[in-house]
Every structure is written in structure tokens, then in C-alpha cells.
Design a protein around this ligand. Structure first.
Ligand SMILES: [Ca+2]
Length: 330
């Protein structure tokens, strides 16, 4: 850090060699930026000790800038996305892990009202059941993105949140691993989400979403509950529409009772009638598309689908979590 400060011009070019993709938008030397940031962080209650530990050998990470600049290649179809995310192997592993953690998941499910298979499915999609948490030092990643200038406001605030997590001693700076964009541990919460929703399920004083399985499951379930999850319902299902169906009804903001959709000719993907037992026929649900253009697949969405969209706004993501949960729980 001191080197950056003393040799700011050099530091920027050492940290970000010629690659145009990796060039930061911020022309201020990183060391100078960091010093200003530290002042601001101290005003927000972060101690000098925490800052010294967090920034002891920090430098911007070139690959984080590259990843941030990278545009997704081509258009993804739902079929391809599901093929990548809901593999037979992942379903088998999910079933095994649900068995292994049955008691723990039961307790979490009871306390937070989220069915075990949905907790396990989210865990599976987010980090391949905790095996792929990203491998980046989150403080370094967030500092890089906060410094960079493209979305500095957002990442600066997430960096402050990450420092608060360190200040509260939930984890050490070395163990604070996550994605290149700063999503933490096995549940990939952004630091601000962690501060609001992470849970100390084993009551050892730490919200440890890296190493403590109960904390991981309970934090995910707690967050999902806060997003409006209903533990008595599923996520939705793939449907087919009759010819001449009024496409203007395919609007995620609109709901109708299940029986109304039935009357309009909506059927399950296999052609069978929609579920109509008991209260279900009056349940307010949405029919909307997942995917674009010719690849779009109509789905009937329960309110839980929208809870999943609050977790991650991608309809592909919500569909993958739902599909995986269904297959794991099968
Ligand atoms: Ca704990």
C-alpha cells in the first residue's frame, strides 16, 4: 500500500498492464484513493485496526476489472441454461446432501418456513453446494471495483459493509472469500445483505456463511423468507398456451386465479390440466415467459417465483432453482 502511495504512477501501470479491457476508469492513483477511502471508513465507525488488517497488502486485481467489463457472449436459451445448471450429477449430489443434513435442514425449515429442497437447490445453484464460492479475496475485489469508477458508489458502500463484517469479527480478512463481485461464502450474499440477513444458527457469536453449515442454511432461508417466501407452496411449472392466446396477459405483474388460467386454455407442459385441487384453484398466479423470442418458454409462476426474482432478477435463475428443488425433492 505504501508503495502505491509513493509511486502512484507506476503502481497503476504495474497493477494494470497494457490490456485495454483491464484499464480502470479512475485516473487517480490507487494509493491516494485508498487513503481517502480509509478516512471515510473511519468516519463510518470502522476502526484503524480493522482497516490496517483489511488493507495490509491490498492491490487492485486486474482480473476483477476484466470480469466486470466482460459482456455475456451470445444469447442464452432456457434449455441451455438448465442443461448447465440442473445436471443429473447435481441432482444426485443434492439428494445426498439433503440426506446428510436432514436434521439440520428440518430445524432450519421449521424456523424460517422454507422447504429443505429449496434451501439445498439455492445452495447448489449459487456455489455448487459450497464447493465453489468464487475464490477471490472479497476486500481486494470490492476495493478494486470501488476504485475503478464504473459502479463505484455501489461497490464503495459494499466495501464499507464488508469492513463492518470484519469489525464485528464474523470472519477474518483471509477467510473472507467470495466472487469477483464481492458475493460472500456459501450463500453468495453481498456484504450489505449479509449484515441484514445472515444468521448465527449455532449460536457461537459468529455469522459464518463460510464454514458453519447451520449458519449457511439458516441465512439463506432467513433471506428468502424476508423476500416473501411461502413455505406451503412450490415455485411454479412449465405450461403450454392454446393457439390464439392473448399474449398481453403474459405479464409478470398480473395475476389471476388458477381456475381462470384453466378457462383460458392454459395447460401443463404435458397437456394435462392445471392443478385444481382444493384451494389451489383460487390461488393467484402469473403466467409469463422465461427467455426471449422463439426460445421463450411459458411458465405458471407462484408467488415464490417472485421471491426468487428478488434474490436474483434473472428468470433463468429462478427457473433453475425451482427445477432443481423439484428434482431433489422428488
Ligand atoms: Ca455461527
Amino acid at each position: 500500500m505504501r508503495i502505491f502511495y509513493l509511486l502512484p504512477f507506476l503502481a497503476v501501470f504495474v497493477a494494470f498492464p497494457v490490456s485495454a479491457e483491464a484499464e480502470t476508469l479512475n485516473k487517480k492513483p490507487f494509493g491516494m484513493w485508498l487513503n481517502e477511502f480509509r478516512q471515510d471508513a473511519m468516519k463510518q465507525g470502522i476502526s484503524k485496526k480493522t482497516l490496517d488488517e483489511a488493507f495490509s497488502d491490498i492491490e487492485p486485481i486486474e482480473s476483477v476489472i476484466e470480469l466486470d467489463r466482460k459482456q455475456p457472449e451470445g444469447r442464452m436459451t432456457l434449455a441451455r441454461y438448465l442443461k448447465n445448471t440442473v445436471t443429473d450429477h447435481r441432482v444426485d449430489e443434492g439428494k445426498e446432501l439433503m440426506d446428510e443434513h436432514r436434521e439440520l435442514l428440518k430445524k432450519v425449515s421449521k424456523e424460517y418456513g422454507v422447504q429443505p429442497e429449496f434451501v439445498v437447490a439455492l445452495w447448489g445453484i449459487e456455489t455448487n453446494f459450497g464447493s465453489n464460492t468464487g475464490g477471490f479475496d472479497v476486500v481486494d475485489s470490492l476495493a478494486t471495483l470501488a476504485y475503478d469508477g464504473r459502479r463505484s458508489e455501489f461497490f464503495r458502500s459494499e466495501l464499507i459493509s464488508a469492513l463492518k463484517i470484519l469489525e464485528q469479527e464474523h470472519i477474518t480478512v483471509d477467510e473472507m472469500q467470495g466472487s469477483w463481485a464481492g458475493a460472500l461464502g456459501q450463500c453468495q450474499f453481498m456484504p450489505s445483505t449479509f449484515l441484514k440477513h445472515a444468521v448465527d444458527f449455532n449460536k457461537n457469536g459468529k455469522h459464518d456463511v463460510w464454514n458453519e453449515q447451520g449458519d449457511v442454511f439458516a441465512s439463506m432461508a432467513n433471506y428468502l423468507q424476508s423476500l416473501g417466501w411461502n413455505g406451503d407452496e412450490g415455485w411454479g411449472l412449465r405450461v403450454q398456451l392454446p393457439e390464439g392466446f392473448d399474449r398481453s396477459l403474459l405479464d409478470i405483474k398480473k395475476t389471476k386465479p388458477m381456475k381462470e388460467w384453466s378457462k383460458l386454455g392454459v395447460r401443463k407442459a404435458d397437456g394435462k390440466p392445471l392443478p385444481e385441487k382444493g384451494m389451489v384453484k383460487d390461488m393467484e398466479v402469473t403466467v409469463a415467459l422465461v427467455g426471449e423470442g422463439e426460445d421463450a418458454v411459458p411458465h405458471l409462476m407462484y408467488s415464490n417465483f417472485k421471491a426468487l426474482l428478488n434474490w436474483n432478477r434473472s428468470r433463468f435463475f429462478a427457473t433453475a432453482v425451482g427445477t432443481l428443488a423439484e428434482r431433489i425433492g422428488d
